[in-house]
Design a protein around this ligand. Structure first.
Ligand code: EPZ
Length: 423
């Protein structure tokens, strides 16, 4: 079983280029199924999740070519051969659910094996399905020997007003895509406002859609009969950006991040400054300079964008272990996103948590240990912990990390991290 071996690392120093966003490119790839013309997406990160989405679109009849050397993916779904993703693929990645909206819009049918929950929560898709029904689809739950399925069918999709009980990123994306080809006008209220939503709206509008208000809590979509192919450059990955910002801070180093959008990580910048870390920003780069800093404790509450991102919670928890004083972290987005606490406690963290609130006392001198990645961001947090810990940290289940960070080890080593893969 492959694992990362991380040794205590001195201050990380150097310059890194941020890759394209995993959480932006997956919906863009799904949106390409809305047209029978070719779409080209540039700056696509070479990740396992991108490979799964390529396979998914291939399995329903699309032709997909991912050129890893140029980070460009070409997608063309002239004919749809299957109104649903093979179950094994859908089970591999939750974001597979994003193929439902485009399939429903294109063929009037969409069937998908229910993507199971994962370490951070049950991850239901009720808001997606409720939105499909509001647009005129019938939703049926089915079962076979191995999987629970959901099927959506619609003779005609008619624009409607949709209210999301929670500003779900995936539900906002799925409903934007299907509403683009409904008859009439739809609104999505209490919509997610993440930068990935704005990037998807820009992509859809380049395809000929009429989407307004993306990035606010109310999105208005006027349906059109047909969409065309387009070419698009995906936005940089704001969570990769935040993760390397935390890596500079926890090792008291200095890293310059190019192709980074400061506005997309505003809460992370402000919280780092609150802890006493210097952060310089410009149009397309960010410099984090923590050299010689004695970090101060702070409090974090994760919220939907523009609040502090839940995908940065585990990395910041690790950072706060090296800050002086008592910090608290409240996780409001997922019901079970403290799985990394037990792993950090194996390294001497002594973090306590109850329900969604964790208390962190620092500074703690972490000690290297054998730990396991429980989800993508928790795995990244354990790498950060290993950089600051004394001795050697072995991290297994690293497939979680590999699915979401492009060339992670290569980038870490480029700024001086003592990390290697074994097995
Ligand atoms: C996206 O997941 C991201 N994934 C997640 O990143 C991110 O943590 C999350 O948004 C929140 O920002 C991708 O974009 C591929 P949600 P998504 O729907 O769309 C509940 C990472 O590490 N909910 O906004 O699945 C849900 O249970 C991943 O890159 C419902 O109750 O997130 C959760 O508690 C992890 N019913 C909350 O909303 C629904 O129908 C937020 O989920 C949908 C969601």
């Amino acid at each position: 079983m492959a694992k990362y071996i991380v040794e205590n690392s001195g201050p990380l120093e150097g310059t890194l280029t941020i890759s394209g966003s995993k959480n932006a490119v997956l919906p863009l790839m799904a949106a390409s199924v809305l047209t029978d013309e070719k779409c080209v997406i540039c700056d696509t990160p070479a990740l396992r999740d991108v490979d799964v989405m390529c396979a998914l679109i291939g399995s329903i009849g699309g032709s997909v070519q991912f050129h890893e050397q140029t980070n460009q993916v070409e997608l063309e779904t002239r004919n749809i051969l299957l109104e649903g993703a093979p179950s094994e693929l859908a089970q591999k990645m939750r974001a597979s659910v994003l193929i439902m909206g485009p399939l429903l819009a294109r063929t009037g049918k969409a069937k998908i094996a229910l993507p199971g929950g994962c370490a951070i929560g049950a991850r239901p898709i009720d808001l997606h399905l409720k939105g499909f029904q509001a647009l005129g689809a019938e939703v049926i739950m089915k079962q076979d020997a191995n999987f629970d399925y959901v099927e959506a069918r619609a003779q005609k999709l008619v624009g409607s007003d949709i209210y999301l009980d929670f500003p779900s990123v995936g539900a906002t994306e799925n409903l934007m895509m299907v509403a683009c080809m409904a008859q009439g006008v739809s609104t999505i209220q209490n919509a997610a406002e993440e930068p990935e939503i704005v990037d998807l709206a820009n992509f859809l509008n380049k395809m000929g859609a009429r989407v307004k208000g993306a990035g606010t809590d109310t999105i208005r979509i006027e349906g059109v009969p047909k969409l065309k192919g387009t070419k698009h450059v995906v936005i940089p990955d704001r969570i990769e950006t935040g993760t390397f910002m935390a890596a500079a801070a926890i090792t008291r180093g200095r890293i310059k991040l190019e192709n980074a959008v400061a506005d997309h990580v505003r809460p992370v910048i402000l919280k780092l400054r609150e802890c006493g870390v210097a952060v310089e920003e410009d149009d397309d780069f960010i410099v984090v300079d923590a050299r010689g800093s004695q970090l101060k404790a702070t409090n974090i509450k994760t919220l939907p964008y523009p609040g502090f991102p839940t995908d940065m919670q585990s990395q910041f928890m690790t950072l706060l272990l090296t800050a002086k004083g008592k910090s608290t972290i409240i996780e409001t987005v997922f019901e079970n996103r403290f799985m990394h606490v037990a792993q950090l406690n194996k390294m001497g963290a002594r973090i306590k948590y109850e329900d969604r609130r964790a208390s962190i006392e620092g500074p703690k001198q972490l000690k290297g240990a054998k730990v396991s990645a429980t989800d993508l961001r928790a795995g990244a947090a354990l790498v950060l912990a290993g950089l600051a810990a004394s001795g050697t940290t072995e991290i297994d289940e690293i497939y979680h990390i590999e699915r979401g960070y492009e060339r992670f080890i290569e980038k870490m080593r480029a700024v001086g991290a003592n990390i290697r893969m074994e097995g």
